[in-house]
Design a protein around this ligand. Structure first.
Ligand code: FO1
Length: 315
């Protein structure tokens, strides 16, 4: 069985662990969001690709959900000694090595897809990890604070401002002229099922779908999504601030309806959202209700299994 997953960071990485347990023989391709990528200290940092790679490769900081386990911060402290910023985005020494290796390969002319493959040779994540595009796409957020109306990088809004400043717009800068990375469209058209894990619908899944050609290819497949919203709140992160920016209410039904029957065929919502299963906004989408908290591997595998079962019934 061939499964293709559009992935953001922490939620997707944890879901993928469950998917691997639920479908150990499946060929899984993960199309990772690169809209969160940022250049810091001259190095290219790809948080969502790294979160998937480290989580499935056994190197993740489990408490945090991102970054490396067993980190030290000598480089950060040395940089601070020079007043070299920014100081609001923390990179550990082990993580720095990944960004140095990546940046060196990129400078040598390798596209991000080839670089990601090389980095994954070390981590052996057990899935094929593809960036959504080899072209540079960065999510920018339009804000209006004391310093005026301007665009900031997504990470500045998310990490430095904790998404507390309202976003007037969220744009995937560069997406319109980008092309899917090699293998991305084939992985979608050749998939038995495409899954949307409980990732941010705006800045993770939404950004991947903004790469020309990806949305159309996905819409032609059987697609099942897992709601990242439970009981009117994001399970993790600040997806509510992103949804507000695009005028979508923070509810499982509203996110399902935002994807729409033209894109997804099945939608998993949590028991807490049972009453919304019959919402007319979800007409044309097969809804299943089940516990969606990814407490442990067994619970996560149950969610992945339910997504695959739902897809099998729809094909
Ligand atoms: N998130 C934070 O809240 N603060 C950080 O300092 C931070 C550093 C960081 C470094 C590497 C990395 O791969 C991820 C990092 N994240 C950090 C997480 C990241 O900013 C976001 O949560 C994702 O981009 C959203 O998916």
């Amino acid at each position: 069985m061939r499964i293709t997953v559009l992935a953001g960071g922490v939620g997707a990485a944890r879901f993928l662990r469950g998917l691997k347990a639920a479908a150990p023989d499946a060929e899984i391709t993960v199309i990772g969001n690169t809209g969160d990528d940022i250049t810091l200290f001259g190095l290219r940092v790809c948080p969502d690709l790294d979160t998937v790679m480290y989580t499935l490769g056994g190197g993740i900081n489990e408490d945090q959900g991102w970054g490396r386990a067993g980190e030290t911060f000598a480089i950060r402290d040395e940089l601070a000694g020079y007043g070299a910023g920014p100081d609001w985005f923390t990179l550990g020494d082990r993580d720095f090595a990944t960004h140095i290796a990546r940046s060196q390969l990129l400078a040598g002319g390798h596209p991000l897809s080839a670089v990601t493959e090389i980095l994954c040779r070390r981590w052996q994540p057990g899935i094929r990890l593809l960036p959504m595009s080899d072209d540079q796409i960065e999510t920018h957020v339009l804000i209006d604070d004391g310093d005026g109306r301007r665009y900031v990088h997504f990470q500045e809004w998310w990490v430095r401002m904790h998404a507390q400043v309202p976003a007037a717009a969220i744009v995937p800068a560069g997406a319109a002229d980008a092309r899917p990375a090699p293998g991305v469209l084939d992985a979608i058209t050749g998939a038995d099922v495409v899954l949307f894990p409980p990732s941010n619908p705006v800045v993770s899944i939404g950004t991947i779908l903004a790469v020309p050609g990806i949305r159309e290819a996905v819409a032609a497949r059987t697609v099942v999504g897992v709601s990242p919203i439970i009981g009117g709140a994001p399970v993790r992160g600040m997806a509510d601030a992103c949804l507000t920016a695009i005028g979508v209410p923070t509810s499982a039904a509203a996110v399902g309806a935002h994807y729409g029957a033209g894109l997804i065929d099945g939608w998993l919502m949590d028991n807490e959202d049972k009453a919304a299963a019959a919402d007319t906004a979800l007409t044309g989408i097969e809804v299943r209700i089940m516990p969606l908290y990814m407490h442990d591997l067994a619970a996560t595998a149950d969610i992945a299994r339910a997504a695959l079962d739902l897809a099998a019934g729809l094909t």
